[in-house]
Design a protein around this ligand. Structure first.
Ligand code: P53
Length: 485
C-alpha cells in the first residue's frame, strides 16, 4: 500500500538520545554516566573525558535541554509537528545507578513510565535504544567497561528489567547505538562512548576494541532472544552508523580499499543479522595475531539472537584512496590507504560531506545484503542557526538537506523495492552535540535558547523547518516543497 512511495504506516518521527536531551544528571537516584564526565568542546577542540567530575570544567550534558523536567511541553510540540514516532534512549544510570546491583532504582523506572505514557497518549510510538553512548561510570572504574565479559550480564539484566517493565508500552527496541563507531576509533570518544573503554598507548587499540565490541554483540544477541520471550511482538533491531566509504578513483586498488574499510561497518551488521562471525574477520584476526576470546556457547548465542530490523544513521559519505599523490588522513590499521575529501560533494561547517545519493546507495547495498526491514533512525544537518529580528530561524539549508535525502529515500522505496519502515531525523529539537558537546551545532525543527557556554532561557520556538516537516508528515512524504510561510 504505497502513497507515491511511502507505506501508509510509515513511521515519520524524530530522534534524540537521553544524555543529549534530559539533563537532570544527578536527581532522583540517577548514577554518574560516562556522558557526565565529558566536557564541552568545539569544531576545533576535542571534548575531554575527565576522571570524575572536576571543578572548573563545563559538562554540557549535566543540564542538556532539561527534557527531564520539560518533556510534557516538548511532546505537545512533537504532537503539533505530527510525529508518529519518537526515538530516544533509556539512560541506564537512572535504572541502575552503578550498573552492577540487582535492584533497580524505582524513581528512574517511574520516569520512563511517565514519558512513554505521555507519548502514547499523544499517539506517538516510542522507539527505544537501550544504550546510546551511555554506560554507568562505575562500570568503567570497577571493570574497565566492555573489556570485561561481566558487562554482558550487567547489560542483560538492565535490558531485561526495562523490557519487562515496559513490555506493553514499547514495541520497537534497539540494543547499542552506532555499535560500529568504535571500529573507526581514531579518537578516545568512540571507544569511550560505545564501550566505556580507554586504551593505553602501548595497547593494540584495534584488538582491545574488537574484543569489547564482540562482547557487546553477544550481549545484544542475548537481549534479542530474551526480549522475544518477554513479548513476542517486540521488534528488536541493531543500530549501525552507515557512512559509506567510496573508492576515490576507479583504480582497482582504491576499490579494494573501499571494500576493506567497509568491513569495519559490515562486521557488526553481519553478526547482528546473520548471527555468525564473518570469514573476513576471522582471517584478519588470525593474520594480525589477535587473541579474541569467545566460546562455543557465545557463538550459539549469536545465532539465536539475530535482529528483526536494521536501524541506522546516515549523515554523510566518505572516500578512500591508495594513490600516493593525494592528501588525506591515515588509517592506522590499514596503512596502504587514507581517507580523503570527495571532490564531488560539499561539506557542512563540521566537514561532514553532504551526499543524498549516498543514502540511496546505503539503502540498496544494505537491503541487498540482508533482505530485512530497514529503519533510518538518524539523518540530519547540524548547522549554526541564527534567529532573525523576529526571533525566527529561517533554516532553508536544513530543509534543502532533508528534502534531498527524503527524495532519495523515496527512490529507494519505489524504484529499488527497499523495505523501509520509518524515518526519524536526528535532533528533532536542538540538543547537545555528541561529537563536540556544543549546543550550537543544531539539528532541530524546534529551536532551544541556549549557547555553548550554557547560557540561555531554554525557551523553545519553532523554526521554519517545523512547518515544512509538518507538511511532509501530513502528506506522507509527497509534499516536499519549501514554502515561505
Ligand atoms: P553530532 C559519527 C558519524 C555519524 C554519526 O552527531 C555519529 C558519529 C559520532 O561521532 O553520531 C551520531 O552530535 C550519534 C548521535 C549524534 C549524531 O550522530 O556530533 O548517534 O548521538 O548526536 C550527530 O553532530
Amino acid at each position: 500500500m504505497l502513497t507515491k512511495g511511502f507505506p501508509n504506516d510509515f513511521m515519520w518521527g524524530g530522534a534524540v538520545a537521553a544524555h543529549q536531551i534530559e539533563g537532570a544528571y544527578n536527581v532522583d537516584g540517577k548514577g554518574l554516566s560516562i556522558a557526565d564526565v565529558m566536557t564541552g568542546g568545539s569544531n576545533s577542540k576535542a571534548r575531554e573525558i575527565t576522571e570524575g567530575i572536576l571543578p572548573g570544567h563545563y559538562y554540557p550534558n549535566h543540564e542538556a535541554i532539561d527534557f527531564y523536567h520539560r518533556y510534557k511541553e516538548d511532546i505537545k510540540l512533537f504532537k503539533e509537528l505530527g510525529l508518529k514516532a519518537f526515538r530516544t534512549s533509556i539512560n541506564w544510570t537512572r535504572i541502575f545507578p552503578n550498573g552492577d546491583k540487582k535492584e533497580p532504582n524505582e524513581e528512574g523506572l517511574a520516569f520512563y513510565d511517565q514519558l512513554f505514557d505521555e507519548l502514547l497518549a499523544n499517539n506517538i510510538e516510542p522507539i527505544i535504544t537501550l544504550s546510546h553512548f551511555e554506560i554507568p561510570y562505575h562500570l568503567y572504574q570497577e571493570y574497565g567497561g566492555f573489556r570485561n565479559k561481566k558487562l554482558i550480564d550487567f547489560f542483560t539484566h538492565y535490558a531485561e528489567t526495562v523490557m519487562r517493565r515496559y513490555r506493553n508500552k514499547v514495541k520497537y527496541w534497539m540494543t547499542f547505538n552506532e555499535i560500529n563507531n568504535q571500529a573507526d576509533g581514531q579518537h578516545d570518544l568512540h571507544t569511550w562512548t560505545n564501550s566505556a573503554v580507554l586504551c593505553k598507548d602501548e595497547e593494540n587499540k584495534e584488538e582491545v576494541i574488537t574484543q569489547a565490541s564482540l562482547y557487546e554483540l553477544i550481549a545484544s544477541a542475548k537481549v534479542v532472544k530474551l526480549g522475544k520471550e518477554i513479548n513476542p511482538d517486540f521488534q528488536i533491531g541493531c543500530m549501525m552508523a552507515y557512512v559509506p566509504v567510496y573508492p576515490y578513483g576507479s583504480h582497482p586498488a582504491d576499490m579494494m580499499a573501499s571494500v576493506k574499510v567497509m568491513e569495519r561497518r559490515f562486521l557488526y551488521s553481519d553478526i547482528h543479522v546473520r548471527g555468525e562471525i564473518p570469514a573476513y574477520a576471522l582471517a584478519a584476526w588470525k593474520e594480525k595475531g589477535f587473541n579474541i576470546e569467545y566460546t562455543e556457547a557465545d557463538l550459539q548465542v549469536l545465532k539465536e539472537g539475530t535482529v528483526d530490523y536494521i536501524g541506522f544513521s546516515y549523515y554523510m559519505s566518505a572516500a578512500v584512496t591508495t594513490q600516493p599523490n593525494i592528501k588525506g588522513d591515515p588509517i592506522p590499521d590499514f596503512p596502504e590507504a587514507k581517507m580523503v575529501r570527495n571532490p564531488h560533494v560539499k561539506a557542512s561547517d563540521w566537514g561532514w560531506q553532504i551526499d543524498p545519493i549516498g543514502l540511496r546507495y546505503v539503502l540498496n547495498t544494505v537491503y541487498q545484503r540482508y533482505n530485512i526491514p530497514l529503519f533510518i533512525v538518524e539523518n540530519g544537518f547540524g548547522a549554526y542557526d541564527k534567529q532573525d529580528e523576529n526571533g525566527k530561524v529561517v533554516d532553508d539549508y536544513r530543509i534543502e538537506y532533508l528534502t534531498k535525502h527524503i527524495e532519495q529515500m523515496q527512490l529507494a522505496v519505489v524504484e529499488d523495492g527497499v523495505d523501509l519502515i520509518g524515518y526519524t531525523p536526528w535532533g528533532v529539537i536542538d540538543i547537545i552535540s555528541f561529537g563536540t558537546g556544543e549546543m550550537e551545532k543544531r539539528y532541530g525543527f524546534i529551536y532551544v535558547d541556549k549557547d555553548n557556554q550554557g547560557n540561555g532561557t531554554l525557551a523553545r520556538s519553532k523554526k521554519k523547518s517545523f512547518g515544512w516537516y509538518q507538511r511532509v508528515i501530513e502528506s506522507n512524504g509527497t509534499e516536499l516543497s519549501n514554502r515561505d510561510e
